[in-house]
Design a protein around this ligand. Structure first.
Ligand SMILES: NC(=O)c1ccc[n+]([C@@H]2O[C@H](COP(=O)([O-])OP(=O)(O)OC[C@H]3O[C@@H](n4cnc5c(N)ncnc54)[C@H](OP(=O)(O)O)[C@@H]3O)[C@@H](O)[C@H]2O)c1
Length: 219
């Protein structure tokens, strides 16, 4: 058993997640209007859990809380193999529960500091966080729906394992360009036609000035 997974992302017309590799996407997000933020936060308010990769915590320092809509904050789940996450990161705010999924490689001392901040630590994996173990664990803890908000590496990890049920995109009407700028999905890629992930367009509409597309994964 695993949570129902919705990948949600803000992307430029050329599919980029940020302005350049290593840049916080918060700068690009300043192009989003209030209505688009409300759309994003309405989804956050409906799910049990929200996940971003550790690199997104380090570069964007997101709060992952519900602020532009009514509703409760989901549990924040951060896969981070060596628990290398700043102790003053916004994900440790008291507004919502936080779970750091990490591995045997994480220093005990760091884990103690994370626990002292009120966050929970789950040891799942030896080298990298083992999503095959993490997903049923989350499900049995009541995380029946999970929103994955990137970045590119984590999106790929979910997509390659067939763990994604839906993708919802907020399109930013700009081109960013750049060979090495992270796009919606990173990793090695499927490389062959027979392995591609197929999607069905379920809805498209405007919120504020933004096109929203909602896609279902075809199994
Ligand atoms: N536009 C948007 O909606 C949006 C949303 C989110 C992020 N972003 C942007 O995306 C960029 C970050 O994306 P990213 O692809 O570099 O990083 P990411 O997907 O946020 O995080 C990847 C990191 O997760 C950790 N991790 C733990 N277990 C893993 C596993 N099994 N497999 C893979 N990674 C694992 C690794 O860090 P450790 O080695 O420390 O474990 C890895 O480097 C930033 O520029 C950010 O601004 C944009």
């Amino acid at each position: 058993m695993r949570p129902y997974v919705i990948v949600v992302s803000e992307v430029s017309v050329d599919g980029k997640l940020t302005l350049y590799r290593g840049a916080s996407s918060k700068e690009l997000m300043t192009l989003m209007d209030q209505e688009a933020y409300r759309y994003l936060h309405e989804i956050r308010a409906k799910v049990d859990g929200i996940m971003v990769g550790c690199e997104t915590v380090r570069t964007d320092n997101p709060s992952l809380t519900v602020r532009y809509a009514e509703g409760k904050n989901p549990t924040r789940i951060i896969p981070c193999s060596t628990a290398n996450v700043p102790l003053d990161a916004n994900i440790f705010s008291k507004d919502a529960p936080t779970l750091i999924a990490t591995t045997q490689r994480a220093p005990q001392e760091k884990l103690e500091k994370i626990r002292a901040l009120g966050a929970e630590v789950l040891l799942v994996g030896e080298d990298l966080v083992d999503f095959e173990r993490l997903m049923p664990l989350l499900y049995h803890r009541g995380i029946k729906s999970l929103m994955v908000e990137g970045g590119a590496s984590i999106n790929w990890e979910f997509i390659k394992r067939g763990y994604v049920d839906e993708i919802r995109l907020i399109h930013l009407p700009v081109i960013v360009g750049g060979e090495n700028v992270p796009t919606l999905v990173g990793g090695e890629g499927f490389k062959s036609l027979k392995n591609l992930l197929h999607l069905r367009l379920r809805a498209h509409f405007k919120r504020g000035n933004h096109l929203i597309t909602e896609w279902e994964v075809v199994r």
